[in-house]
Design a protein around this ligand. Sequence first.
Ligand code: GLY
Length: 324
Amino acid sequence: MRKNRRNFLFKAVLGAFAAPFLNVISCASRTPENSIDFPIVISTWYAGLNANKEAMRILKNGGNSLDAVEKGVKIAEADAENQYVGIGGKPDRDGYVTLDACIMDWNGNAGSVSFLQDIKHPISVARRVMEKTPHVMLVGEGAHQFALEEGFEKVDLLTKKSQKDWTEWKKTSEYKPIINTENHDTIGQLAIDKKGNISGACTTSGMAFKMHGRVGDSPIIGAGLFVDNEVGGAVATGLGEAVLRTLTSFLVVEFMRDGHSPQKACELAIGRLVKKHSNHKDFQVAIIALDKKGNYGSFAIQKGFEYALAHGDSNELAEAKSAI
Ligand code: GLY
């Protein structure tokens, strides 16, 4: 009896001393400096600012994160001046604009389209694949046919500006990744709504002047985008081939599942990609991540990658840290 009482007193005293330290440990993994209240939206590149504005408008009105990310990235898809997403995207080496996109919601549902031509909003077609078919991914002519059946209009996506750039490129026809060109590439967006549910979207016209039929990371679930409502989400931008080889977005989410902050998870995933690519100085890959608590992070191989972060009344660009 006396021994039990001594044990109890010992545990009580130990608990009183240990409690503040335990608090420090649990706060440390939360990186409070990067933690933000819901709703929150994070997007890749400069084009992410307008995409965030639209997504936040929806979230502040009580909309869900899936509607927010779809409508958010549609702003970039519709902008003909942006030569890396939707209408106005740079064509492949044969002069065709081919689009890739995917979307995921908080229930683990996913939809994707790839090598889609003549449709202005691939992200909305990806959402229809998710919601109206038993499949996750449709490609090429099948995706196009599905889009027309769903009422999407056929649109010529090749603008005069992109056609001119293609004509110029044909003079040398040199394949070379273009690092941080005009400060934008794939647009990826992650959002958490007022209920705390996360969704993500990713859309691109892919690498400029790619081979006809080439598909990058952006429509591939786990490469360009991955969301798990128990953990958080991640979206990648940059050279799709490198992201495909290392499934960067899935990897970031798995690192977060293991207890790493979004920032650390992004650094570990880019570190893995760098280790697997001895030529990593020649191209850019960047990643953004958001966890379920509203902590965010971003990391890139090279300097110059910017992400847009929106919360409350703020919507600002920030430059990510980089490996080199
Ligand atoms: N990240 C876009 C692409 O490589 O297609």
